[in-house]
Design a protein around this ligand. Structure first.
Ligand SMILES: Nc1ncnc2c1ncn2[C@@H]1O[C@H](COP(=O)(O)OP(=O)(O)OP(=O)(O)O)[C@@H](O)[C@H]1O
Length: 763
């Protein structure tokens, strides 16, 4: 007892000293920021005085340009010093609240015993002696990784083994030690219990203090080209990605920027949910996108099937989808492009002003395109064609300038419009004829700009027809019957794709192939800079999409995370997904990690939800206690009454609640009924909405990746969920709950919820 008291006193004293130094650093930084900010302002105000702006001539002189540049650089440097200090101040302010969360004692190779403290970032005294180690520093790894005794960690020089004799955890709030415990486990359950017991919010939190051993492996992996994480719902996949990004930014700092990291997430709501995690760790957010945004931004002229349409009317023709979503289809496209190098590219006429005759004829463009020899690849070919067309365009200026329409146009110009055509207001000409010639050229160049833009954007390729032609070529390249598709069905399918195109609409299972074909033809849109790509909820991607992402980011290392049990778009095919993807990477550089423990939910909830799955036995629950799920069978009219009562109670208990429905239509109905009886709830109908506090009504496909204290599953009846392939959907919905789960249904309950009666309560 006295020992423990001494320990606590010792630690409290130590904390006090560290805090003193942190505070000293804080005021030092604050004052240096003040003076730097002052200087920058000073410099700015003199900026334009110092630069002699020389606008008398036609162009800015080289000297002026340089002078501006130098000034700007000086400003940037000061600003950088200032920004650097401001960033440091931010860190120090965070440290002041909570300097560290752990201590480890260890000995290396018979050397002296060392004690280090681990926190959100490192902190050193004036002699560069580390008082706090960043959680991402190599040595900090032993805190997450091992039990007491011999442990190893990777240092930049290689593996080092040490003897760890103490591992202590602290809960510090506002500079005071609230609680501390010594532990032998990786990260003691006690700390984890405390952290998990906290209420959920609309924002995800960082897990640095309680990273688990197997999560640490994911976070610190630097060797794999493909790191594939299969993890149960709530096993910390998303958390691990975010900590991993923070880790990589630290490990490769100076070489890796947050803009070299891209993350694909399931929807916009989810982006909103996780947006604070990295900034809280003192890092900037990575580039974040949904796959839909990734493709749609490149097709401004077309409407791309969105999440809602994709979920609400999943097309029945799964044989065709299976082919179009496969890596085989990707290979067919790659093959088709090779063939296009010899013939088969289709072109469009380019027109100019409402003329009937094409300005550039498609046949002519085709001849030009195939006039380059066979050593050209597709992308050289199109570049050369473009250059040639631009040359031709330039040659046409003079003949075009002599045409009547040009003279007419000049006549019709207002004085103001005319003035704009001159290089400068009092421009002089030798003769009227010369002036006219000058103006005609200007007019023609201006009008031809539209043609120029079309050439520049490769608009002379008939992309839609090209894609349809590819589809038409598919039966010649592959045996459709092996995919269970008849020729007649395939032809019908092509017609439907064509019809969508005329409506400027493109389905999700065409869009990636369409863009891939475009990329192959033009050699564009490959991003060599991206160094890390993260894909969350991998089970909702098709193998084709993953191939396409790999093609887009050829130098990136990929981290893919998912739960094959939560596939709500790709359904059962997802089990072959891993096999299909792994062919894309060198097997020696592929690492697969399994996370089986679920941290999100209480033991009662995990034990219930895992039975929904056919192979759920692998999921381990974490020993946090809470109420068993409750199943409510009610008539239509009573159902809303029960829902309202549950919400009332949840509010009293201060639990954030989500009512999760199968689709949008029923979410709308529920929201309306609640409104009618005066219950407050916010309907989340699109992924672009913000997550707000309080009760939410949300369709299943938008609840992906999110979590709530309490979940109410609405209308879990047999009528609503009866297909075996809806298992994943039911699992996704029920596994969003952290603490409390209520399931309401009318009539018969869904057979997918036929689970051990001891694991729930019926009311
Ligand atoms: N090591 C940990 N320490 C504390 N909390 C953790 C830890 N690991 C996971 N959690 C918590 O568990 C919850 C689920 O984590 P996360 O959302 O990352 O899981 P997931 O595997 O992505 O789940 P899903 O696939 O269902 O979306 C979060 O609240 C997270 O903070």
């Amino acid at each position: 007892m006295t020992n423990a008291m001494d320990d606590k006193e010792f630690e409290q004293n130590h904390l006090k000293q560290i805090l003193k130094m942190i505070r000293a650093k804080k005021s030092e930084l604050s004052s240096s920021i003040k003076s730097a900010a002052g200087e920058a302002k000073e410099l700015n105000s003199h900026f334009y005085d110092d630069v002699k702006l020389d606008y008398d001539g036609y162009s800015t002189s080289m000297e002026t340009a340089l002078s501006i540049h130098q000034q700007q650089q000086l400003l940037d440097e000061r600003e950088n010093a200032w920004q650097h200090a401001a960033k440091q101040l931010g860190i120090v302010q965070k440290l002041e609240k909570r300097p560290y969360f752990a201590r480890v004692d260890f000995k290396e190779n018979g050397q002296q015993l060392e004690t280090i403290y681990i926190g959100l970032s490192s902190f050193a005294d004036k002699d560069n002696h580390f008082l706090i180690y960043d959680w991402r520093a190599p040595i900090s790894s032993i805190y997450y990784d091992g039990k007491l005794g011999q442990v190893s960690y990777m240092s930049p020089e290689g593996e080092i083994t040490v003897e760890m004799s103490k591992k202590r955890q602290f809960m510090i709030e506002d500079g005071k030690i609230i609680n501390m415990f010594d532990t032998d486990e990786s990260i003691g359950d006690q700390m984890l219990l405390e952290v998990l017991g906290e209420k959920s919010s609309t924002q995800m939190k960082s897990i640095v203090t309680t990273i688990q051993r197997e999560q640490n492996k994911i976070i610190r992996n630097t060797s794999a080209d493909l790191l594939f994480v299969q993890g149960a719902a709530g096993s910390g996949k998303t958390s691990a990605i975010l900590q991993r990004i923070a880790y990589l930014l630290y490990r490769y700092r100076g070489n890796l920027k947050s803009s070299d990291v891209i993350m694909f997430s399931p929807n916009q709501l989810f982006n909103d949910y996780i947006k604070n995690v990295l900034p809280e760790m003192g890092e900037q957010n990575m580039v974040q996108m949904t796959y839909w945004q990734f493709v749609a931004r490149r097709l401004p002229g077309m409407e791309v099937e969105n999440l809602f349409d994709q979920f609400e009317d999943q097309v029945a023709d799964s044989a065709i989808s299976r082919l179009k979503d496969s890596t085989h289809f990707f290979k067919l496209m790659t093959h088709y492009a090779k063939y296009l190098n010899r013939h088969g590219v289709v072109f469009k006429n380019i027109y100019f002003r409402n003329q009937k005759r094409p300005f550039f004829d498609k046949e002519k463009i085709g001849e030009l395109y195939y006039s380059f020899n066979e050593n050209y690849n597709l992308s050289n070919r199109i570049d050369a064609t473009r250059e040639e067309l631009i040359k031709l365009l330039n040659r046409k200026i003079n003949t075009e300038a002599k045409k009547n329409w040009v003279a007419e146009e000049i006549q019709n110009l207002s004085r103001e419009q005319l003035m704009q055509l001159y290089d400068h207001p009092d421009q002089e000409f030798e003769s009227e004829e010369k002036e006219e010639k000058f103006l005609s050229r200007k007019i023609v160049i201006k009008s031809l700009n539209k043609v120029f833009q079309q050439i520049k954007h490769n608009n002379f390729i008939n992309m839609r027809l090209q894609y349809l032609n590819f589809l038409r070529a598919v039966p010649k390249m592959t045996d459709l019957s092996k995919w269970g598709i008849s020729l007649a069905d395939w032809s019908k399918h092509i017609i439907s794709v064509k019809e969508s195109f005329t409506k400027h609409y493109i389905h999700m299972n065409d869009v990636s192939a369409y863009l891939y074909l475009y990329d192959l033809l033009t050699g564009r849109h490959v991003d060599y800079e991206m160094r890390y790509a993260f894909i969350d909820e991998i089970q909702d991607y098709t193998p084709f999409q993953l191939c396409y992402l790999k093609y887009n980011f050829p130098r990136a290392k990929f981290t893919m995370l998912g739960d094959l049990n939560q596939a709500i778009f790709t359904k059962d095919e997802s089990s072959t997904l891993l096999k299909q993807i792994s062919n894309l990477f060198d097997p020696k550089k592929t690492t697969v990690v399994q996370l089986t423990k679920s941290y999100r939910s209480t033991k009662q909830l995990t034990d219930f939800t895992k039975q929904v799955l056919r192979q759920g036995e692998k999921i381990e629950s974490f020993n946090r206690q809470g109420p068993k799920p409750i199943l409510w069978q009610r008539s239509d009219s009573e159902a809303i009454h029960v829902l309202t009562e549950i919400l009332k109670q949840n509010n009293i208990d201060k639990l954030t609640t989500a009512i999760i429905t199968k689709d949008l239509a029923s979410a709308q109905v529920v929201a309306q009924k609640l409104k009618a009886n005066g219950t407050k709830a916010v309907l989340i109908a699109t992924a672009n909405q913000r997550l707000v506090d309080g009760t939410l009504v949300i369709p299943s496909y938008l609840a992906k990746g999110l979590e709530f204290d309490a979940v109410i599953m609405w209308d879990a009846s047999k009528d609503n969920y009866h297909k075996l392939d809806e298992t994943q959907l039911v699992y996704t919905i029920t596994s969003r709950a952290m603490y409390k789960l209520d399931i309401i249904y009318t009539g018969e309950k869904s057979p997918l919820l036929d689970v051990d009666q001891h694991t729930y309560i019926e009311k």
